[in-house]
Design a protein around this ligand. Structure first.
Ligand SMILES: [Zn+2]
Length: 246
C-alpha cells in the first residue's frame, strides 16, 4: 500500500521561504514553526507566514531564488506567497471599510456588507520579437540586475491580449510587429501577475526607447547574447525556446 504523501510546509518570513537541508520544502510534520496570520491549504501544501527563527537544519531562501532549489515544486511556493500577500492586503472591505474574514480556502467576506472577494490577478503580456536570426532583448530600469529580457507590460481595461502586445511594443520600442502568436503562460507571484508569453516577428519601424521604461536593447543573434534573465521566469523560458530552435 502506498502511504499518503506527506503534507509540505510553505512557511514564509520576510520574503523568504523555509527549505530543509536537502533544499526542499520540509514536511509539515518534520519542522515546528508557528503560523502568523492566515493559513492556506492547497494540493498537499500548507502555507502561512511565520515570525519564528529557522528550525535546526533548515534555512531561509528568497522566494524567487528558491526556484533554483525546488524546480517544478516552486509553483507551490509561488502560490502560497501570492495567497498570503493577498490575505494581508485584503484585511478590510474596500466598499464599506469593515474587517474581512475568511469565507473559504480562496475567498474573504466582509463582516459588514457581506461582499465576498477572491484573489485578483494582474495579466501581463511578454513578447519575444524576432528579426531574421536575431531576437529583440531589452533592459528596463526596473530589472533586478544587468540582464536583458523581453518587452512586457500590463493589460489595460477593455483591451485584448493581442492589442496589448501591439500597444506595448509600439510604446516601448517604436516597432511594428506581425505574425503574433501565443506561446505559454506563467503564474508570477510578485505580487499577483499572470504572465502571458507571445512570439512575434519584426514588421517595421526604428528601435527607440522613448517612454523611459526601457533603457537599452537591440536585436541579438544566438552567438552574441547579452546576459539573459535567470531562474524560472517566463522571459528565460521564451528566450531558451528560441535558442533551441537554432
Ligand atoms: Zn463591506
Amino acid at each position: 500500500m502506498i502511504g499518503k504523501e506527506k503534507q509540505r510546509l510553505v512557511a514564509i518570513r520576510e520574503g523568504k521561504v523555509l527549505l530543509n537541508s536537502a533544499g526542499m520544502l520540509p514536511a509539515a510534520d518534520d519542522v515546528r514553526v508557528s503560523a502568523a496570520g492566515e493559513v492556506f491549504r492547497y494540493g498537499n501544501c500548507k502555507a502561512h507566514y511565520t515570525n519564528d527563527a529557522s528550525p535546526s537544519g533548515c534555512l531561509w531562501v528568497g522566494v524567487r531564488d528558491s526556484a533554483a532549489y525546488l524546480g517544478a515544486d516552486w509553483i507551490a511556493v509561488a502560490k502560497g506567497a501570492e495567497l498570503l500577500n493577498w490575505a494581508v492586503s485584503t484585511r478590510f472591505c474596500s466598499v464599506c471599510g469593515q474587517p474581512m474574514e475568511r469565507a473559504s480556502e480562496i475567498s474573504m467576506r466582509c463582516c459588514g456588507c457581506g461582499r465576498e472577494v477572491w484573489p485578483q490577478l494582474s495579466p501581463c503580456i511578454m513578447v519575444l520579437i524576432t528579426r531574421g536570426n536575431e531576437a529583440l532583448l531589452v533592459h528596463a530600469a526596473t530589472f533586478r540586475g544587468p540582464f536583458f529580457g523581453l518587452v512586457a507590460g500590463f493589460v489595460e481595461t477593455g483591451e485584448t491580449l493581442e492589442e496589448c502586445v501591439v500597444r506595448e511594443v509600439k510604446e516601448e520600442t517604436g516597432l511594428q510587429i506581425k505574425n503574433l502568436r501565443y506561446c505559454k503562460s506563467q503564474s508570477w507571484p510578485f505580487p499577483a501577475q499572470l504572465m502571458i508569453g507571445f512570439r512575434a516577428e519584426y514588421a517595421g519601424g526604428e528601435l527607440r526607447f522613448a517612454d523611459g521604461e526601457l533603457t537599452a536593447g537591440g536585436f541579438f543573434s544566438r552567438d552574441n547574447l547579452p546576459q539573459i534573465p535567470s531562474g524560472p521566469s517566463l522571459a528565460r523560458q521564451l528566450i531558451e525556446d528560441w535558442l533551441a530552435e537554432d
